[in-house]
Unconditional design. Structure first.
Length: 180
């Protein structure tokens, strides 16, 4: 499709139809490596790579996304991603928002031992990765990932301060529900 000028790809909430909205020349995108959210400083993979930090953790986020199920009802699901970077942007002279650009995990499920322990699987190096952009207000928490002992690519999701809900399986999201 040929279009004149710079265009922005926007997905309608809960619908896989897309439309294009033209950028205005005065709009600015500000990329950042850290983000202050919910009284916590979140760091991105961009920050860790620029500062030669080798410590694990800190760059993974659990977030919620709303989409329509097969009965056309809005449902909220959780997902985990590696935050690649953050950016600030405002649409058409409206108030600005902070967004996260992240690399999704391949699967979001729960441990076979407890439904209160989320488990994710990353894409392998030879698989096509999926990426996501979401509003920083949808961040549920910063999480860490712990490798399983069964030599699979599964990782358990942990967080500080409080436990997850008793049954995280009901709200685990499928990557196909939020990607094209």
């Amino acid at each position: 499709m040929r279009t004149s000028g710079l265009h922005c790809f926007v997905r309608l909430e809960g619908n896989k139809e897309v439309f294009f909205s033209q950028f205005h020349a005065v709009q600015t995108i500000i990329i950042s490596a850290k983000l202050w959210s919910n009284n916590q400083v979140l760091i991105s993979d961009f920050f860790k790579s620029n500062n030669n930090l080798s410590s694990r953790g800190g760059k993974f986020l659990m977030f919620k996304a709303v989409h329509q199920n097969l009965q056309f009802r809005s449902v909220e699901r959780w997902y985990v991603c590696k935050a690649l970077f953050f950016f600030g942007f405002s649409f058409c002279e409206g108030s600005g928002y902070h967004y996260v650009y992240g690399e999704l995990m391949k699967t979001n499920e729960v441990s076979p031992y407890s439904k209160a322990i989320p488990r994710v699987k990353a894409y392998s190096t030879n698989e096509q990765k999926k990426f996501v952009v979401f509003n920083a207000e949808d961040i549920m928490c910063s999480v860490g990932l712990v490798n399983t002992t069964d030599h699979s690519f599964n990782m358990y999701v942990i967080r500080t301060a409080e436990a997850f809900e008793e049954d995280m399986s009901k709200l685990a999201g499928k990557v196909g529900d939020i990607t094209f």
